[in-house]
Design a protein around this ligand. Structure first.
Ligand SMILES: [Zn+2]
Length: 317
């Protein structure tokens, strides 16, 4: 069991303005807690590379990719608004390319058996980025690109994405439906499970228990017990039926009780629980292969502690 952490200091440099919750201090908080926990000696650490821009088209339209790449601010330029709550400064494009690159590098490291599982400690996040637009702090959908890359490069037939960020992974659902063209009749080898507080951004979500989309809304009053009950009832049967060859996690930790981005009240123990459950599925069907990609989590201390719990789950400590 070899677990790796993949990231790059350039992911810290993207900046959406003073006091914006999605900032580079999030990665420092994770790094601090990894050192404090001693995990930095246990896991293998890798610097990511910027993504080959051609791979962006695995999940996005050429028009949208060109829109982002051609308008990215250069030194001294004003900020550029890509979409609602997704703003680029002169450093953003580099962070964006390293963030997506980490997810692709993780696929290579896991598929060539260098690692059993990997955590990408990167930003900006990606799960709100749709096939033709960015929004909600996201530009390109790191996890969807990685899922498509795993199928294209390694011939995998079935890839599952599970998303426990407190916001719905609307971008990932959109890409699976509208870019991968998956339907209930032909899932195209994808399964997407998303739990999220509802109502909450991005609001327009339909509950679903029909693959390839399992949408599991959580009321604002949700605590760990209800979270575990809902995911046990809705996610686990779908994952067992799907038998994934690789599991990707959109790992958002903004459902933590200390995180003011939501009302849902989870703790580190709940993130450990869902990690353990995903790992059991991965052990049964996918040779233990899990690639986890950071999404939200905006209370720095809670974020760092939750990531430690998550990585301990991946390791099996
Ligand atoms: Zn979120």
């Amino acid at each position: 069991m070899t677990v790796g952490i993949i990231g790059h200091y350039k992911c810290s440099e993207h900046d959406m303005g003073d006091h914006h919750p999605e900032n580079g201090k999030r990665l420092s908080a994770i790094s601090d807690q990894l050192i404090r926990s001693g995990l930095d000696y246990v896991v293998r650490q890798f610097d990511s590379k910027p993504i080959d821009k051609k791979l962006l088209s695995l999940a996005h339209t050429t028009e949208y990719i060109d829109f982002v790449l051609n308008n990215a601010p250069k030194e001294g330029d004003d900020k550029f608004v890509v979409g609602p709550d997704s703003v680029m400064n002169e450093k953003s494009l580099t962070s964006i390319l390293y963030s997506a690159g980490a997810a692709v590098d993780a696929v290579d490291l896991v598929m060539d058996n260098t690692l059993t599982s990997a955590f990408c400690t990167t930003r900006p996040p990606g799960h709100h980025a749709e096939h033709d637009k960015g929004m909600g702090f996201c530009f390109f959908n790191n996890v969807a690109i990685a899922a498509a890359y795993a199928k294209q490069q390694y011939g995998l037939k079935r890839v599952a994405i599970v998303d426990f960020d407190v916001h719905h992974g609307n971008g990932t659902e959109d890409i699976i439906r509208n870019h991968f063209k998956a339907t209930p009749e032909d899932d195209k080898g994808y399964l997407f499970c998303s739990s999220y507080e509802y109502p909450l951004f991005p609001f327009e979500v339909t509950e679903s228990d029909i693959p390839p989309i399992i949408n599991t809304p959580l009321p604002a009053t949700t605590k760990g017990e209800q979270f575990r009950e809902k995911l046990t009832a809705h996610w686990l049967p779908a994952l067992h039926k799907f038998k994934p060859e690789l599991i990707l996690i959109s790992a958002g930790f903004d459902a933590h009780i200390e995180d003011e981005m939501s009302q849902v009240s989870l703790t580190e123990a709940d993130f450990r629980w869902i990690t353990d459950e995903v790992k059991k599925i991965a052990t049964e069907y996918s040779q233990g292969r899990i690639i986890s990609v950071l999404e939200g989590g905006y209370a720095p201390s809670a974020l760092g502690r939750s990531v430690v719990a998550h990585i301990n789950g991946l390791i099996g400590n």
